[in-house]
Design a protein around this ligand. Structure first.
Ligand code: MD6
Ligand code: FE
Length: 217
């Protein structure tokens, strides 16, 4: 990526909010693709069901996860890593649907990152009470590529901090169809998701889905 000069001028759309240098919230960016994305998730979860992974410390994660693409993010007692196969059945993860790739690439471009070639898509499912503690995404080999994150279903409060865990963090409400693009100087910022509130979304019911696209290899 040689797009650092674009971080400040990547987007002129008023629905695009810059959260920090290198981090953009693209409100409603995925709305036109929701039906196709949800249909694709049906196929993915039929082959690779959502499951609650265990952290290296032995805790069951409240967020259920699955993956598609060449690599999938997994966690167990041995650690966090990317793996080409689903540990549940030893098979390769389902391929990344073309609609996913197109959405991830157009969003990355809107955030000023040209040439994004994701090889991994982690799909998170939150039910009421599920949360994700403050973390950095650092299991990828190369931090020059951004991360593209798509939110669907119930709204959630996203915590967005800095490079140090103790840095102040802001709270961002992520709604159905919102996309966050995150890279460059923001790539290693800490972030998390507060416990999902009870609710019922007209399309997805009592849950939130989040897709995060990464270049892992
Ligand atoms: C989520 N997202 O929104 C979890 N990571 O459910 C993430 O952990 C995340 O949204 C890196 C970049 C963007 C993200
Ligand atoms: Fe993350």
């Amino acid at each position: 990526m040689h797009t650092h000069d674009l971080f400040d001028g990547a987007s002129s759309d008023t629905r695009h909010e810059r959260l920090a240098p290198g981090a953009w919230l693209l409100r409603g960016f995925a709305l036109g693709q929701v039906t196709a994305v949800l249909a694709a998730i049906e196929g993915i979860q039929a082959a690779a069901p959502f499951r609650h992974l265990v952290t290296p410390g032995g805790f069951r994660m409240s967020v259920a996860m699955t993956n598609c693409g060449h690599l999938g993010w997994v966690s167990d007692r041995r650690g966090y890593r990317y793996d080409a196969c689903d540990p549940l059945n030893g098979e390769p993860w389902p391929p990344m649907p073309p609609v996913f790739l197109e959405l991830a690439q157009t969003a990355a471009r809107a955030g000023g990152f040209l040439g994004f070639a994701p090889d991994a898509c982690l799909i998170n499912r939150y039910e009421p009470g599920a949360r994700l503690t403050l973390h950095q995404d650092k299991d990828e080999r190369d931090f020059s590529a951004p991360i593209v994150s798509v939110s669907l279903g119930l709204p959630a409060v996203f915590l967005f901090g800095g490079d140090a865990r103790r840095d102040n963090h802001r709270r961002v409400r992520l709604q159905h169809g919102d996309v966050v693009v995150w890279g460059g100087p923001a790539r290693l910022h800490h972030h998390g998701v507060l416990a999902l509130k009870d609710g019922y979304h007209e399309i997805l019911g009592p849950q939130r889905l989040n897709l995060t696209f990464r270049r892992a290899a």
